[in-house]
Design a protein around this ligand. Sequence first.
Ligand SMILES: [Zn+2]
Length: 432
Amino acid sequence: MADRPTLERLVKLNDVWLSRKDVLHGIKKYDVSSRKIRIHTDCGEVITVNNSRRSASARSLRNSKYRKVCKLCKLSDERINRFVAKDFYDPGITYVEAPVKKSAPKKVLKKGMAEASTVQTAPVAAETPQKAVSIAPQAAAQTTQTVSQSTQSTSKEPVSVSAKEKFSPSQRKRLEALLISDEINLDDPNLPPFEELEAEMVSKRKAELVDIYENSREHMLAKLERDISAFLISKGFIEIKSSILIPEEYIIRMGIDKDVELSKQVFRTDDGKCLRPMLAPVLYNYLHRFGKVMPDPLRIFEIGPCYRKESDGSSHLEEFTMVNFCQMGEGCTRENLVQLIDEFLTYLGISYEIEGDECMVYGATVDVMHGDLELSSAVVGPVPMDMDWGIDKPWIGAGFGLERLLKAKYNFKNIKRGSRSEFYYNGIYTNL
Ligand SMILES: [Zn+2]
């Protein structure tokens, strides 16, 4: 028995196109990509469909029935008869061009309510190697959210809507994706029906995207980076841009190899390098080198991407943006550090509380919190690790994850909304 021919072959053999309303059109030409076919009819219509053996289009072209013939296409009887008779199908011919794929389950993208791990300040402070590589434990406690990339109706989930639940699970996921923060309580029994609510939210989100396009045209993550740069430069910090690909040896010198969990999280390449999981190592090198050149105190900062593999795959960002700023030499007191953090977060319009331990043997950490969200763990040096990097002056420093700052500022439920993404733009779901 012949395999079902591809839609491309059906288009070629039939030489006519049957519209959804069962109107027969002539095919002037067609273009084929790996996934789609674009049909140009003789009457000037352009139709793009999935190049699938199983689509409705393929089914109708295998069929011989039609409702009427397009007048504009001026189809000859010969072409109509060819479609009806299907005598191009020789029973002896098999149409095995490619194995028919088993119907794949609908794609459901798992989206982490991911938090960038709190990355240690630069340079990283360490009372113990373990402390040096600690990442915020609360980051792992984030819940996850699954977002169906296709529309709600394609899911195979049972659509049993109990009396309590107004929306099916897939409808709920769709609505959650469309919500930016807590603007609507989905458990509110007085909400309109799904179709109405979805349409309302889609049009709201579209209007917001158009507004961005017509007015600011700025990506919030990029803008935050620019704002932070401007602030730190105005405060006397020199901007650094170092390589994202760093020698793995730096990671070992930061003590990360001693922490099994964090060590597993490093993206390694095959030539002894890795994607930087933090900015600290290179900033240490800059402190050492610029410390010999620049007047005292030395102030440096860097903003850029960092990478950490996440084994749970759902509660963290693997790709996030850090800013680290540090000062070395004169004036490296806890008071000055807290003052600087205050000016920084006030400038960004983000509320915070400071928690911290002032009486540690080596340096003091200053935890900067926004509610339960840790924004930064800042450090008053010196710390023992300094000698491995040739640093022998006091320093203060802090590191912030930019996606966390956005989450705090805009009250995002999901850190991905402000991250590098094709699914969200400035917090707005893009599959509208
Ligand atoms: Zn036509």
